[in-house]
Design a protein around this ligand. Structure first.
Ligand code: TRP
Length: 330
């Protein structure tokens, strides 16, 4: 039997190239080797969007399209909607006994997010948001996943899942699998503005769904080396955000770009143009697949419904085992 992958996205916006190199690329490559489940985490998305359910609903479709566009193949992988698997919610309740409040408060990702969401949460965070790592442990273990390809920021969730699994197995007897995390080629991609992180809510992202024109516009507005005004000026690629992205998209031409820039033989305008066109080349097949599925909303819906149905069988089987071990098999 194939080993399993479970991974997921919160449907709160479109996915960007940070998601791609951090996590999506891995799940696409690994879907041949693993039985892969891609969860659209609408219940988790509501933990910090409870006041905006329409946004979550709309983005379920967007995130499904993003996954299909980058190459998640519905014949190989299973895409599912979290809220349609109530077994995950049940597991969450059982696991919540195995986690302390202070452990959740120490989770670095949760801590960081609470800081960012002061406006929503004020001085005191909700029970639901603080507890989302528990529900994420339920997502992962419902499928007895061996591997979880994720962005770097999600590693603390996997660590918490592993702790919950160990505790469950220790108290109730061996039932759950302890998953491993796997981070992509570029664990963290900087924002177009030079910020340490590209984020969908930070307005510094290149989205997988951006049109060629938008890519050009965004690349054009990136700040290069502020010391380099004229083409003949000597450039400092190590401080230039355009060079940073060349490192990701233009690996073959990298040493030439670096050399020309340093020698004052490369202008920033041309350098940007080259980057934009490489990014557009990279995005073209993704756009094409998106267009294919975009014209077939019924097909996408069917993929989600069939995926969810298949996934639910697996989650049901796990819940049955869990309840048996907890003497809840009436
Ligand atoms: N927390 C993840 C994110 O914000 C989404 C997610 C939900 C997830 N459940 C998961 C990721 C299970 C991996 C495994 O992107």
């Amino acid at each position: 039997m194939k080993k399993r992958i479970l991974t997921g996205d919160r449907p709160t916006g479109s996915l960007h190239i940070g998601h791609y190199f951090g996590a999506l690329q891995n799940r696409v490559t690994l879907q041949d080797k693993y039985d892969t489940f891609v969860l659209i985490a609408d219940v988790q998305a509501l933990t910090d969007n409870f006041n905006n359910p329409q946004k979550v609903r709309k983005n379920v479709f967007e995130v499904a399209m993003d996954n299909l566009a980058v190459g998640i193949d519905p014949d190989k992988s299973t895409i599912l909607i979290q809220s349609l698997i109530p077994e995950i919610a049940e597991l969450t309740v059982f696991y919540s006994n195995l986690v302390t409040i202070s452990r959740l408060q120490r989770n670095p990702t949760v801590k960081e997010e609470i800081k960012q969401k002061k406006e929503l949460f004020g001085e005191s965070v909700t029970f639901g948001f603080l507890g989302y790592p528990v529900s994420q442990a339920a997502d992962i273990t419902a499928f007895q996943a061996d591997l979880v390809p994720v962005g770097e920021d999600q590693l603390p969730m996997i660590e918490q899942t592993r702790e919950i699994v160990r505790k469950f197995n220790q108290i109730y007897g061996k039932t759950l699998k302890e998953p491993e995390g796997k981070v992509g080629e570029y664990p963290r991609i900087k924002g177009l503005d030079g910020d340490a992180k590209m984020g969908k809510s930070l307005k510094n992202a290149l989205f997988l769904s951006d049109t060629p024109g938008i890519v050009e516009e965004k690349v054009n507005s990136v700040i290069t080396d502020t010391q380099k005004i004229y083409l003949r000026d000597i450039g400092h690629p190590q401080v230039c955000m355009i060079f940073y992205f060349h490192q990701i998209f233009n690996k073959d031409a990298l040493s030439l770009i670096r050399q020309e820039c340093k020698l004052g033989k490369r202008g920033c305008v041309a350098c940007k143009r080259e980057l934009a066109s490489t990014i557009n080349e990279f995005l073209e097949p993704i756009r094409e697949k998106r267009k294919y599925y975009g014209n077939k909303p019924d097909l996408v819906k069917e993929i989600l419904m069939q995926g969810t149905e298949r996934a639910r069988k697996v989650a049901k089987d796990t819940l049955r085992q869990v309840k048996e071990k907890m003497f809840l098999n009436y």
